[in-house]
Design a protein around this ligand. Structure first.
Ligand SMILES: [Zn+2]
Length: 43
């Protein structure tokens, strides 16, 4: 199942190991998916 980036709404592709090409941000008990593009913007 594809995750969507919580910032831009783009689908985040996963690697064959089911890792997302991006990162997760922890917010409370929830994990928010962030695509690699938005990840770079945040840095
Ligand atoms: Zn994004």
């Amino acid at each position: 199942m594809a995750e969507k980036c919580f910032l831009c709404g783009e689908k985040i592709h996963t690697t064959f190991l089911e890792k997302i090409q991006g990162t997760y941000l922890r917010e409370g008990k929830k994990l928010k998916a962030l695509c690699s593009t938005c990840q770079k913007k945040k840095q």
